[in-house]
Design a protein around this ligand. Structure first.
Ligand code: ATP
Ligand code: MG
Length: 171
């Protein structure tokens, strides 16, 4: 049963910026760095689905019509309950909220269960951190031109995300 989620996966330059933020944050509050290749922003978490449902999830992604947008990264936060340090955009563009809403609607219509907690855009940087990270001193843009369907799997040593499909943002 694959474990699936829709996400934004950064291009290499953005990935480096995020990884640098994570390294800086760790100097203050400790914690475990997310693997560089795993840095991502979840759009909708689906979880385990049967093999036959994978095609339905793909069809939901393929049906999406949404505008590209740019995220301006510049905030950081700390969730005490899971001791995770995250980075986030200073504002949530309407196009991002619309993309998430369209995915959720598509999944609901297809009868596929997903995590229904209110959406809170963030990239997890550190796990098991002791304390909040200071606010980042720099901002950077993350131009979002596409989104992906990822499978979260585990190899011998670590969690690895495998790209199942990628779709451009276009209306
Ligand atoms: P691990 O949990 O082993 O440390 P991970 O969190 O990187 O690894 P997953 O647990 O498969 O990998 O999670 C993939 C993505 O989905 C992450 O962004 C995670 O925060 C998010 N996620 C996981 N479980 C849920 C859930 N029940 N509801 C919402 N989002 C979730
Ligand atoms: Mg997890």
């Amino acid at each position: 049963m694959p474990r699936l989620f829709f996400a934004l996966w950064p291009e290499p330059a953005v990935r480096e910026e995020l990884y640098r933020l994570a390294q800086t944050a760790r100097l203050t509050g400790g914690g475990r760095l997310m693997r560089r290749d795993n840095l991502h922003q979840t759009l909708v978490f689906i979880g385990n689905v049967g093999e036959r449902q994978v095609a339905s999830v793909r069809a939901v992604g393929a049906d999406i019509k949404a505008q590209p947008f740019t995220l301006e990264f510049g905030t950081a936060g700390f969730w005490r309950h899971n001791r995770c340090v995250w980075a986030g955009p200073v504002a949530t563009p309407a196009s991002l909220s619309e993309l998430v809403a369209a995915l959720e609607e598509g999944l609901a219509r297809a009868g596929i269960a997903y995590d229904r907690r209110p959406y809170s855009p963030h990239v997890t940087l550190l796990r098991d951190a002791r304390s909040p990270a200071p606010s980042p001193r720099t901002r950077f843009d993350w131009p979002v031109r596409d989104f992906v369907l990822l499978e979260s799997a585990r190899d011998a040593r670590a969690v690895v995300y495998r790209e199942i499909a990628r779709w451009p943002l276009a209306v």
